[in-house]
Design a protein around this ligand. Sequence first.
Ligand SMILES: CC(C)(COP(=O)(O)OP(=O)(O)OC[C@H]1O[C@@H](n2cnc3c(N)ncnc32)[C@H](O)[C@@H]1OP(=O)(O)O)[C@@H](O)C(=O)NCCC(=O)NCCS
Length: 161
Amino acid sequence: MRFFRAAPRILLSHPSEAEAIADLYRRAWRGCERFLDPRLVEDMQPSSGEVRTWLQGGFELYRVEHGGRVVGSIRCTFPASACVLDRLAVDPEVRGQGLGRLLLEHAVSRARRTASGRIWAQVSPKLSAAVALHRDLGFRTVARHLAAYWDEPLLLLELPL
Ligand SMILES: CC(C)(COP(=O)(O)OP(=O)(O)OC[C@H]1O[C@@H](n2cnc3c(N)ncnc32)[C@H](O)[C@@H]1OP(=O)(O)O)[C@@H](O)C(=O)NCCC(=O)NCCS
C-alpha cells in the first residue's frame, strides 16, 4: 500500500526529536541479528541520549515523518574536506516507496552545498538494498575491510563531488 500521496518533506532534526529518531532505529534494525553480528545491530540502535548527543555535537540528522512518526532518517557529518553519510534507515512498514532514495539524495545535495570534495559511506555488503541504492546514486566501492569490533565485512563507498 502507498502511504504517501504528496512528496514527503525532509526535515532537519533537533534534540527534541531524539526519542522519536531512536525509536525509528530500533524498528529499522529489529531482527537484523539473523544475518549481522549482534554487536553491529546494537550499535545501530542508539539510545535517545546518544542521538541527542549527536544533535548537540554538530551532526546533522534529516528525517521524514508520517502520521506523527519518524519513518526515515540519515546522518551527515563534515570532517575536513569530506562528508560522511551514515545511519540511513527507513521504517520497515514504508520501505520500497522511495524514502531511502529521497533521504540519500537530500544528503548528497546537502554535501554539494559544502566544500566537501567527496562523500563517504560504509555499508555492509549483506545489506543489498542499501548497497544498490548507493550504487544507483553513483557511489563506487573504493575499499573492503573487516571491522574487527563487529567481525563483519564492510564496503567503503565513495561519491566524488
Ligand atoms: C536501505 C533502506 C534505507 C532503503 O530504504 P527504502 O525506502 O526501502 O528505499 P527506496 O524505496 O528508496 O529504494 C531505493 C532503491 O533501493 C534499492 N532497493 C530497495 N529495496 C531493495 C531490495 N529489497 N533489494 C534490493 N534493492 C532494493 C533499489 O535500488 C531501489 O531503487 P528502485 O526504487 O529504483 O528500485 C532500507 O532498506 C533500510 O532502512 N534498511 C535497513 C538499514 C540499512 O540497511 N541502512 C543502510 C546502512 S548505511
